[in-house]
Design a protein around this ligand. Structure first.
Ligand SMILES: O=C(O)CCC(=O)C(=O)O
Ligand SMILES: [Fe+2]
Length: 196
């Protein structure tokens, strides 16, 4: 451990994690969305879903980084890649921003006891654009280290995602998006979002 080792503040994340204690929560939300779109309750399950998986990520946004390494953005503007994301924010720090329809960045102000639910790119494709992913970014200008817990519900890497029939019917019949293999979409987005 070199002399430039810097300890990350010890933060009790258990209150953030324990809220995401229902393993079926994302499935229930997808069922609600299927019904809201006029499909069968299991429209986004079985073969259509292609064995989805989830990833839980704990993300730290330090504030005490040296001036020369500092940018004003902790996480650049992006849409999420998969189906749904549930974000459990630190209740006391406003840092997650979403772009509204007028193109303005506004805070997704934390509401205690709730998650932010982001629509992912694959849900946009399935729903033929009825559900649109929100562009968002994180800028931690607070004096405190921020931690968020993000639960990503994603299509299987091999799944070929295309607009489903009942959503095409609602949007004029034609598919607005080409079929996309989720793994390829993910790799392409990661390569364009990060400098490797
Ligand atoms: O930390 C947050 O509030 C959001 C993180 C995020 O947007 C992401 O990891 O995709
Ligand atoms: Fe995100």
């Amino acid at each position: 451990m070199g002399s430039d080792f810097k300890a990350i503040p010890l933060i009790d994340i258990s209150p953030l994690v324990e809220k995401i204690d229902d393993p079926n929560l994302s499935r229930k939300i997808m069922r609600g969305i299927a019904l809201a779109l006029g499909g069968a309750i299991d429209a986004f399950e079985g073969e259509t879903a292609g064995d989805p998986f989830w990833v839980l990520r704990l993300i730290g946004y330090p504030v005490d980084i040296p001036e020369e390494q500092r940018t004003d953005t902790g996480c650049g503007a992006h849409t999420d890649y998969g189906l749904l994301t549930l974000v459990n924010q630190d209740d006391e720090i406003c840092a997650l921003e979403v772009q509204n329809r007028s193109g303005e960045w506004i805070y997704a102000t934390p509401i205690p006891g709730t998650f932010v639910c982001n629509i992912g790119d694959m849900l946009k494709v399935w729903s033929n654009g009825i559900y649109q992913p929100t562009l968002h970014r994180v800028v931690n200008n607070s004096p405190r280290y921020r931690v968020s817990v993000a639960f990503f519900y994603e299509s299987n890497f091999d799944a070929a995602i295309e607009p489903v029939q009942f959503c095409r019917e609602k949007t004029g019949g034609a598919a607005k998006y080409e079929k996309v293999v989720y793994g390829e979409h993910l790799v392409q987005k990661v390569q364009t979002n990060f400098v490797v």
